[in-house]
Design a protein around this ligand. Structure first.
Ligand code: ATP
Length: 436
């Protein structure tokens, strides 16, 4: 079993991620977040938003729509060029991405070994229609990348805020790609979320801002990982670069099932996007420097990453199996800021009303300040195991001594160390330990 297979089964068992439409047999490339996964993903997005938007003066955030005017996708080049080159097997009729076929075996079906047909282009934009009257409907697309809404609103943001170049617009939002081979769990899905920053600069300052964001983004991802050696940059070869890019770097994560995989791209978009939208819309998208009066089309540094991919990589990084007293312990050593619950409150026994009553009081007190789970099921060992598997950093147990001396046991997830803490100090203890 690969770590990914173990993770997929943990995700289902503990309500982190489910296959979408599972009762109908599922649909490839679509996943739902469960009761534990949904708050984790929300926390992850909040940590990104704080890092990119909240903690900076020169970045603002927007939330754009999934469906836009169809011309947007002509201007962006997606209608013509957002295509994968595919070969279809002449025998089993499965289709494969040419760039994913083994070198030297581009003519052989990876599944049945028979001959593959000539490569053909396949556009991966999802089509949809806007309007209700037949014949008057407008055909458009679900957005293939979230960042286009940022370019569309660049002028609106400039006119409605006090931002001046250099400044950034950030967004987290869904993107849709009819991927030919959705695979590796959340890695390549058909509906997913992206976090984007488009940073607008004077062309003369492009190089230094590019390097700035490259470093910032790498350090941020690294800060979330336990195994720091599993992240690296990959510079794109010259023949991979789009014509307007001087360079491109991917931040990659090392997996045990497919080696190094892309997590985020740091892109040199120059003035390409604003020029395209200016051409197609007929609107001027210049910037006029309020001090010097210089007028120009800003250049853009883009950092574009996948929320779901990152989430999966962080789960893989956190997933740990250990042997404790001869038994296997599975624990999610995830950054406490991302855990679904910061603490779990548990009475030692569910059938002792005094314990349950006391524990309920502790739960109520903490729940207004932290996200707290409640568990009065089965035995304490099982309760700890469940919390370890969903990554809860602290377990608070109310036992018979609590009734005598108003102290509780606080157990740490990673070290499993236990400490008696007076109930009146619980809030401060958690604040300190969680570093919030
Ligand atoms: P890939 O080469 O893996 O298809 P890409 O280079 O086309 O990715 P971008 O268009 O730069 O990806 O999108 C930015 C980010 O969005 C990627 O770094 C990745 O994290 C995420 N992403 C792209 N496609 C998918 C997908 N099908 N499923 C999940 N996340 C995706």
């Amino acid at each position: 079993m690969t770590k990914l297979q173990d993770l997929v089964s943990l995700c289902k068992r503990r309500g982190i991620i489910f296959q979408n439409s599972e009762i109908y047999g599922g649909i490839a490339g679509f996943f739902d977040y469960g009761p534990i996964g949904a708050p984790m993903k929300m926390n992850l997005k909040k940590v990104w938003w704080n890092e990119i938007v909240k903690n900076r003066k020169n970045v603002v955030g927007i939330d754009g729509t999934i469906i836009t005017h169809p011309k947007v996708w002509e201007a962006s080049g997606h209608v013509k060029g957002f295509a994968d080159l595919l070969s279809e097997c002449k025998s089993c009729h499965k289709r494969f991405r040419v760039d994913q076929l083994k070198k030297g075996k581009e003519k052989e079906c990876p599944d049945c070994g028979k001959e593959l047909g000539k490569p053909r282009k396949f556009n991966i934009l999802f089509h949809t229609e806007v309007g209700v009257i037949e014949g008057e409907k407008t055909e458009t697309y679900l957005r293939g990348e979230a960042c286009q809404t940022i370019y569309l609103n660049y002028k609106n943001v400039l006119d409605s805020t006090r931002q001046k170049i250099p400044f950034g617009i950030a967004q987290i939002g869904k993107a849709f790609r009819n991927e030919v081979t959705p695979k590796n769990f959340l890695y390549r899905s058909r509906e997913f979320e992206q976090w984007d920053l488009q940073f607008f600069v004077h062309p003369d300052n492009m190089e230094s801002w590019y390097e700035f964001w490259k470093k910032e983004r790498f350090n941020w991802y690294k800060s979330l990982l336990n195994n720091k050696e599993n992240i690296r940059f990959r510079e794109h070869d010259k023949d991979e670069l789009v014509f307007y890019a001087k360079k491109a770097f991917d931040i990659e994560y090392k997996t045990d099932f497919a080696g190094w995989l892309e997590m985020e791209g740091i892109h040199w978009r120059a003035d390409y996007d604003l020029i395209q939208h200016s051409k197609f819309s007929g609107k001027k998208l210049n910037y006029k420097d309020p001090q010097t009066g210089e007028e120009y089309i800003p250049w853009i540094v883009e950092t574009s990453g996948g929320v779901d991919r990152t989430f999966m990589f962080l789960l893989l990084d956190a997933y740990t199996e250990e042997e404790v007293e001869g038994k296997k312990r599975t624990v999610l050593k995830i950054d406490p800021r991302l855990a679904a619950y910061q603490a779990a409150v548990m009475p030692l026994a569910a059938n002792k009303p005094d314990l349950v009553k006391y524990a309920n009081r502790v739960f109520k007190d903490l729940a207004s300040k932290f996200s707290v789970d409640w568990d009065d099921s089965s035995n304490i060992g099982k309760k700890y195991r469940r919390q370890d598997e969903i990554g809860t950093p602290f377990c608070i147990t109310i036992d018979f001594d609590t009734l005598k001396d108003d102290t509780v046991t606080v157990r740490e997830r990673d070290s499993m160390k236990q400490k008696r803490v007076p109930v009146k100090n619980l809030e401060n203890t958690l604040v300190k330990k969680l570093n919030i």
